[in-house]
Design a protein around this ligand. Structure first.
Ligand code: CUA
Length: 344
């Protein structure tokens, strides 16, 4: 075969190398795009505020891309197309336009647009109000129906009616956390000694994920929550159910578990409304089994996960305030799990 020819079927190694380079270059882009959808993405907005944040992001991306292209164009023009010296007057004018006027104008426009979004974030909601407190490492949630009605406590799950403005009042008893549902709104810090506010308005029904966006200690990364956006009627039914006291244990193992729950002292930290358990240190468990996840969004709501959580708490969530109860006899653990599973 003559030199320089490539055997049929074979590809030039240069082409193979450039394919590999292209793939390598595209990989970060593809990985980045993989984060643009899903239940926890600020770039797949399902709320008014998240929509504004996403719009601001895309505008800044577009602006930065345009400016980058402009700079590359000017550089190529000056280096290749029309190289040469400029007079001092022209050079000074270019410096003033390119170095002062252009960046000041571009940044002022961006700042004005960013500030124009601010009032919406702070507008008070005139409907539902929810208090959320960041605990170590879970979320204390209380629905305030207004008009003097008693607040409805729950934990680690936030349900919202679609299309309604909801005011979320945020606090923390000890360290700073940050409340963030990327698909629905921006993040707001929860600061000890202060109450901060977030107004949000979900625009789509569905399930989303919220997270703590501020490092708050050992199990910061294990502090998430489920967000369920529901139709208004379904939400009203859910809230009415959450306001009701716990179901009576349905007999058998669950009833045995209810007794063990009392005698083991679980009620010292947890409340089960309608029973003698009135603790306020840990999450309210009145309708625990109606939630979709356990231990602040890190375990599924199943009997196995409940068992695992109670027996190995400190391994599942290091430094949580609840000790592991793995020393309890297996039969007792199973009974307590059956009782908790009955709290729908
Ligand atoms: Cu709470 Cu990080």
């Amino acid at each position: 075969m003559p030199r320089g020819r490539v055997a049929p079927g074979a590809r030039p190694s240069g082409r193979r190398r450039s394919d590999a380079a292209l793939l390598f270059g595209l990989l970060p882009v593809l990985l980045g795009l993989a984060g643009c959808s899903g239940e926890q993405s600020a770039l797949a907005p399902a709320g008014e505020e998240a929509g504004q944040v996403a719009m601001l992001f895309w505008l800044m991306v577009a602006g930065a891309t345009l400016i980058w292209l402009l700079m590359v164009g000017v550089t190529v023009y000056a280096a290749r197309i029309r190289p040469g010296r400029h007079s001092e007057v022209v050079a000074r004018r270019l410096l003033i336009i390119g170095g002062i006027v252009f960046p000041t104008t571009a940044l002022a426009v961006l700042l004005a647009y960013g500030l124009s979004l601010m009032p919406d974030f702070r507008a008070p909601g005139d409907g539902l109000r929810i208090h959320v407190s960041g605990e170590q490492w879970w979320w204390r949630v209380a629905y305030d129906p207004g008009r003097g009605a008693v607040a409805v406590p729950t934990a680690n799950e936030v349900r919202l009616p679609v299309g309604q403005r909801v005011e979320v009042l945020l606090s923390s008893p000890d360290v700073i956390h940050s409340f963030w549902i990327p698909s629905i709104a921006g993040k707001v810090d929860m600061i000890p000694g202060r109450t901060t506010r977030l107004v949000l308005e979900p625009t789509e029904t569905g399930e989303f994920r919220g997270v703590c966006a501020e490092y708050c200690g050992t199990s910061h990364a294990l502090m998430a929550f489920k967000v369920v956006v529901m139709e208004e009627a379904a939400f009203a039914d859910w809230l009415a159910h959450q306001a009701a006291p716990a179901r009576e244990a349905p007999g058998g193992r669950a009833e045995e578990g209810a007794k063990l729950f009392r005698t083991t002292g679980c009620g010292g930290c947890h409340a089960v409304r309608g029973t003698a358990a009135r603790g306020v240190i840990g999450p309210d468990l009145t309708h625990l089994a109606s939630r979709e996840s356990l231990a602040a969004g890190i375990l599924p709501m199943t009997a196995e996960a409940l068992h695992d959580w109670i027996a190995r708490t400190q391994e599942v969530k290091p430094d949580a305030l609840m000790p592991s109860f793995g020393a309890l006899p297996e039969a007792d653990l199973d009974a307590i799990v059956a009782y908790l599973g009955s709290l729908t």
